[in-house]
Design a protein around this ligand. Structure first.
Ligand SMILES: C[S@@+](CC[C@H](N)C(=O)[O-])C[C@H]1O[C@@H](n2cnc3c(N)ncnc32)[C@H](O)[C@@H]1O
Length: 191
């Protein structure tokens, strides 16, 4: 039996992501953990023709002062087996590795959504974003934990600005258009 750890991605944030996805898209989640948000996105869009890609350090994750993740680590194969029992395996790919390195190795994606929910330091959130906008030609890029009034987002702001500050800074980036903030989720469209 797969042990699912729940995440703090709520229904309104999930709906905001799900509403952007259409037939032919690729959905990439940076920071999968036990697959709670990924499996909910898959479940809500399984009747659309979408490919789902998860990127995480999985069991290679090690606690460090420059990584905001403090929980345990999920096993990549166990999660893949769980997801592929529920949904068509050929539509799902999990990549174990450092988010920006893995994403940087991808070919261009014509349309999709990249959800950034990995290491929430300012430096890594910005790096993930800069690579995401290079890889993704059309679609959406979103950030989790970019509010300025919720836990743990306020902790990330106090440390180095975190995803909140990245979102504020990239509002002036002409490669993306700020669309909305829903609870702790910030949504941009690639333009
Ligand atoms: C907040 S959790 C993701 C929660 C998940 N999106 C959900 O809602 O169910 C963050 C995850 O990012 C992963 N992570 C942290 N830093 C990473 C990095 N540099 N590259 C890849 N994954 C990373 C951690 O291992 C952890 O599983």
């Amino acid at each position: 039996m797969y042990k699912m750890m729940l995440s703090d991605v709520d229904d309104s944030e999930l709906k905001t992501i799900v509403d952007t996805l259409k037939d032919g898209d690729i959905y990439i989640e940076i920071g999968v953990y036990y697959g709670h948000s990924l499996s909910r996105v898959i479940n809500a869009t399984k009747n659309r023709n979408i490919k789902y890609i998860g990127i995480d350090l999985f069991e290679d994750y090690q606690k460090s002062s420059d990584n905001t993740h403090e929980g345990d680590a999920a096993n990549c194969v166990a999660l893949y087996n769980y997801l592929s029992d529920l949904y068509p395996a050929e539509k799902i790919a999990l990549h174990k590795g450092y988010s920006s390195d893995v994403l940087n190795s991808f070919p261009e994606i014509q349309s999709g959504h990249i959800f950034i929910d990995g290491n929430h330091t300012y430096a890594q959130s910005l790096k993930d974003f800069l690579i995401a906008k290079r890889v993704l030609k059309n679609g959406y890029i979103s950030f989790h934990n970019c509010s300025n009034d919720r836990h743990p987002d306020t902790m990330y702001i106090a440390a180095d600005g975190g995803p909140y500050q990245v979102v504020e800074d990239i509002k002036s980036d002409s490669d993306v258009k700020f669309i909305t903030k829903v609870d702790k989720l910030g949504l941009f469209q690639r333009v």
